[in-house]
Design a protein around this ligand. Sequence first.
Ligand SMILES: *[C@@H]1O[C@H](CO)[C@@H](O)[C@H](O)[C@H]1NC(C)=O
Ligand SMILES: *[C@@H]1O[C@H](CO)[C@@H](O)[C@H](O)[C@H]1NC(C)=O
Ligand SMILES: *[C@@H]1O[C@H](CO)[C@@H](O)[C@H](O)[C@H]1NC(C)=O
Length: 321
Amino acid sequence: MRDHLYLFIFMLHFSTGCIVSNVQQTIEITGYTGGSVVLPCSCADPQSTATTFTWEFEHGNRWFQVLQNETYSGRSVLFNERSPANLSLLITDLRLNDQRYYRCKTEPNTVIYVQLKVKGCNLFGNREFAEVSGYSGESVVLPCSCTELLAKPEQIQWTYFIEKKHKEIYPNEQIESHKNRVKLLNPNTPGNLSLRISALTTEDQEIYQCYVSPQQVVAFRLTVLHAEEKPHVHIISLTTHQPSHQTQELPPPQQSHHTPQYVYILVTVFPIVLLLVFLALSSRYGKDEVAFSSVVYVKTSSTPAHAQNVPEYVNASAKQT
Ligand SMILES: *[C@@H]1O[C@H](CO)[C@@H](O)[C@H](O)[C@H]1NC(C)=O
Ligand SMILES: *[C@@H]1O[C@H](CO)[C@@H](O)[C@H](O)[C@H]1NC(C)=O
Ligand SMILES: *[C@@H]1O[C@H](CO)[C@@H](O)[C@H](O)[C@H]1NC(C)=O
């Protein structure tokens, strides 16, 4: 009888297999284009193994198997071979189209749903036109970045507008004049698309475009100035706190520029102020001296020896008031 009970329990355990955790709830996961995400799914009992399970994605009200679809080929990885209770799915090189519902189904019909959100690149100052200037012989940075720096645009192209046409200068250097002179400034940050153009010449004075998609474009008008036009004094303190599009070396800060004049004024004015203060004080002091002497007088006169003088003085002051 007992043996039968054990067998029954064993059968029950065996037939339940992997019960996934978080059943009946939709998990929301966010990823960035070019990045990767793990869609979580695991057996509640870490000792159990799922004999059969599938990952599916929704498309047009139908469900398709992720691992058998060309859309995810080379971009989807499972971990269950190493850890059998871990049925999570890793999707790499995310695309905007990956934003959809997914579900993890295990044998005795337990399902969990995952809503994947994919954030793409939205350019800062999208559809704007910026003015940038640099000095001939030096380099200039055309700033372009996604609002989400983790998002890698599915496409990035820098173009140069010449002869009424956009010619690519990055990643392919279509025009000879820009060969070896353009470089993405920060290749480690997926969403930072800023471009540096070095060894500027007046021929570079054109319109440039940072192109991510037909909806995501930022344009620049580059002005190339001659090195002689470089202002020597004024920019220094003004530009340090402002985002400058120019990378040319600024002359070392001349901190003492305004100081001599200031000191001069101070040196001239200070003695005058001092003199005025002295005069004011001395005249005041003179009055005080008078007041003091009268006090002394009062005091001395208030001594018992000259008691008779006191009424006279008091009367005199009483008359005055
Ligand atoms: C792959 O998914 C697409 C929808 O994105 C679907 O139209 C196609 O039939 C699927 N292919 C297979 C082999 O399931
Ligand atoms: C499953 O494996 C992946 C990759 O190692 C890991 O990121 C994830 O946290 C694991 N999930 C569980 C529930 O252990
Ligand atoms: C992009 O990278 C450059 C160089 O590292 C940096 O100066 C700039 O601030 C970055 N842009 C953004 C938006 O982070």
